[in-house]
Ligand binder design. Structure first.
Ligand code: C2E
Ligand code: MG
Ligand code: MG
Ligand code: MG
Length: 280
């Protein structure tokens, strides 16, 4: 009987694998179409000064709504893009779109720093810094307004190359933020090796503040660590006033989260920007 159950389990597992592989293939084909036909959108989540409540930046987040599959979350399609090579054309589009938006906001008299998520795969391209420089030039965006968000995984792919690339991007004038801080491996070693100027405290540590005492302690330690290294902080996923109070009390400079706004279309974002800066 055990044997039968075992075989049944295997068959079921294998069917699931098949289905998963099939879904990924379908996702890949449709995503490829979307990239080439302009089917992606880029939204912007405000980054807000904890003390003043003013919008001080934005994180660009990609969105894809497929005709057949509906809205597919980036947590689903980015990993597929990363294993199929589609991440490169996707990232090119994201970067180009973000640079144009930076230039547009500057042109409208409200220059704003925009953070763009970079994938480890992008750092395998030897010409990445040249590519970024060309996009900045073509769009007219100032390099200092482009923030590069990386995770520790980039250093695991090719640590020396990644470091060289980041140094070159910083030499252009870009800034670098370390995303999802505290969730990966050897965070401290990478902090030392990479030209990072900002840490993003992962939502995982924020979401149960102030009830979870370990999260309170970890977040406090991350803030202290960042400040002692001369880095600034962004807390992600802030949803409650109590969380914001905690951040204010402990000197975290910036936050993003649904408490202030979800990721917005550029037009809605501009409206919030004018509202937040008050009457001229
Ligand atoms: P991330 O870079 O850590 O982005 C933050 C995620 O948290 C976003 O999810 C955002 O919508 C979500 N978030 C923000 N505030 C709150 C909040 O208050 N509560 C909750 N529950 N969630 C909040 P999203 O947009 O689904 O993106 C997921 C991940 O996909 C991102 O995590 C990032 O790693 C990746 N991603 C998104 N856009 C891009 C892109 O253009 N390129 C690359 N390579 N990756 C991207
Ligand atoms: Mg990010
Ligand atoms: Mg993050
Ligand atoms: Mg995250």
């Amino acid at each position: 009987q055990a044997k039968r159950a075992g075989r049944g389990t295997y068959a079921c597992y294998s069917a699931q694998l098949d289905q998963h592989a099939h879904e990924n293939m379908q996702l890949h084909a449709r995503l490829k179409e979307a990239i080439h036909r302009g089917g992606l959108r880029l939204l912007y989540q405000p980054q807000v000064d904890v003390r003043s409540g003013a919008i001080v930046g934005a994180e660009a987040l990609v969105r894809w709504t497929d005709e057949l599959l509906g809205e597919v979350p980036p947590g689903r399609f980015i990993p597929v893009a990363e294993t199929t090579g589609l991440i490169l054309p996707l990232s090119d589009w994201v970067l180009d779109t973000a640079c144009r938006q930076i230039a547009a906001w500057s042109g409208a008299g409200t220059p704003l720093r925009v953070a763009v998520n970079f994938s480890a795969q992008q750092f395998r391209q030897r010409n990445l810094p040249d590519k970024v420089a060309a996009l900045l030039q073509r769009s007219g965006a100032q390099a200092k307004l482009l923030e590069i968000e990386i995770t520790e995984s980039i250093a695991m792919v090719q640590p020396l190359l990644a470091r060289e690339q980041l140094d070159a991007l910083v030499a252009l004038g870009c800034t670098v933020a370390l995303d999802d801080f505290g969730t990966g491996y050897s965070s401290l070693a990478y902090l030392k090796a990479l030209p990072v100027s900002k840490l993003k405290i992962d939502r995982g540590f924020i979401k149960d503040i102030p009830h979870d005492l370990s999260d309170v302690k970890i977040s406090r330690s991350i803030i202290a660590l960042a400040h002692s290294l001369g880095l600034t902080l962004v807390a992600e996923g802030v949803e409650t006033e109590a969380q914001l109070d905690f951040l204010r009390e402990h000197g975290c400079e910036t936050y993003q989260g649904w408490l202030f706004a979800k990721a917005l279309e550029a037009g809605e974002f501009s409206a919030r920007l004018h509202a937040s800066s008050g009457p001229p």
